[in-house]
Design a protein around this ligand. Structure first.
Ligand SMILES: C[S@@+](CC[C@H](N)C(=O)[O-])C[C@H]1O[C@@H](n2cnc3c(N)ncnc32)[C@H](O)[C@@H]1O
Length: 336
């Protein structure tokens, strides 16, 4: 067969979102059945997003309707939790949109509107936790002569071989954001993030005013991984990426390439810290005055530690992107 070899972008698109794809299969367990994101790790994450939403609300002058758009919403877990965490006066004015390629899960809060594309012309917060890493991209690898070529993959077993040289806009993207083969070394790899830049810019453009935030595992131009990051996940385990629809296919995001003017990139531990999430242990004295409160505070500190830990979720990057003519500054007590 001549068409059994495909570029990784096309192969992952089919494997994740094609008929019976990993993310869209009816009745599948959803992302939380295969890996743990910050959303599932602790309600403190949703609490921080609710706080950010409140800051944006203030900066926009407390409009009658405030949009909360979750792109790559999974099963709507973050939206449900933010609506629950926000003060009643605020949540009553929030219009919540889940943007997902998977179908609406049964039993979801009726206040959440389920859609395939973000609404346009809205004001508020657009949030995308671990969305961009699941936007399929092509992979490039240098051949024996140091020429960057597309990596082709076979759906049934994940075997790879090299295809045509990378040319045109993909080659321009590599040259600008992820230069390969400075010394002609063979076997260097890069994920060509151009489709992610495009979908992020389009998502930001749907906001008339407010803040767009993408949270993902990321790398920057000064420290790209030499052999790329493409991998698979199934049932909580990292597995070899085979684009047959049985596992997640993901790669870290070049978030600096996605950033538009005015953006800020910061580690999750810093972003959550600015939003009041702290892993500080409660004072021991509380244990004798109010033991139940002490245990609650201790457990909260443990969850905050997981969300902000180095080498784990705390290393995720937040890309904050103000939108509109008089946008909020960013995040934090004195920000948005
Ligand atoms: C890793 S999951 C993250 C789910 C959730 N945000 C969380 O943090 O738990 C990525 C989700 O993005 C969705 N997704 C990928 N591309 C999308 C697109 N273009 N539009 C809407 N959803 C998309 C997938 O279907 C999947 O549910």
């Amino acid at each position: 067969m001549t068409d059994e070899w495909q570029g990784w972008r096309e192969a992952a698109e089919q494997a994740l979102y094609g008929p019976d794809g990993f993310y869209v299969r009816p009745g599948g367990p959803g992302p939380s059945g295969h890996f743990r994101t910050s959303v599932h790790a602790s309600a403190l994450f949703a609490g921080a997003v609710a706080r950010l939403l409140g800051d944006i609300d203030e900066s926009l002058g407390r409009p009658r309707e405030l949009a909360l758009v979750d792109v790559g919403a999974g099963r709507g877990e973050l939206l449900s939790a933010v609506l629950a965490a926000a003060p009643r006066e605020l949540s009553a004015r929030v219009r919540a949109y889940a943007v997902e390629r998977a179908p609406r899960p049964p039993g979801l809060d009726h206040r959440i509107e389920w859609r395939a594309e973000p609404p346009s012309g809205v004001a508020g917060l657009l949030f995308a936790n671990e969305w961009l890493d699941n936007v399929p991209v092509d992979v490039a690898e240098t051949d024996a002569a140091g020429v960057a070529r597309y990596v082709l993959v076979r759906r049934e077993d994940g075997e790879e071989r090299l295809g045509d040289p990378v040319t045109g806009p993909d080659a321009d993207w590599l040259a600008r954001w992820w230069p390969l083969a400075p010394g002609g070394e063979p076997g260097l790899r890069a994920e060509i993030g151009r489709p992610r830049d495009a979908v992020w810019a389009a998502a930001v453009a749907t906001l008339d005013a407010g803040l767009a935030v993408a949270v993902d595992y990321a790398h920057e131009r000064t420290a790209r991984p030499s052999f790329g990051t493409l991998t698979g996940f199934r049932a909580g385990r990292e597995v070899r990426p085979v684009p047959d629809g049985t596992c997640d296919i993901t790669s870290h995001v070049a978030l600096d390439a996605c950033a538009l003017p005015g953006a800020e990139l910061l580690p999750q531990r810093e972003a959550l810290h600015r939003l009041g999430v702290t892993a500080a242990r409660p004072p021991l004295a509380l244990a004798s005055t109010d033991p139940a409160a002490y245990v609650r505070a201790l457990s909260g500190a443990g969850e905050a530690a997981e969300l902000t830990a180095r080498g784990c979720l705390g290393d995720f990057t937040w890309l904050t992107q103000p939108a509109g003519s008089s946008p909020p500054d960013g995040i934090g007590p004195s920000g948005a």
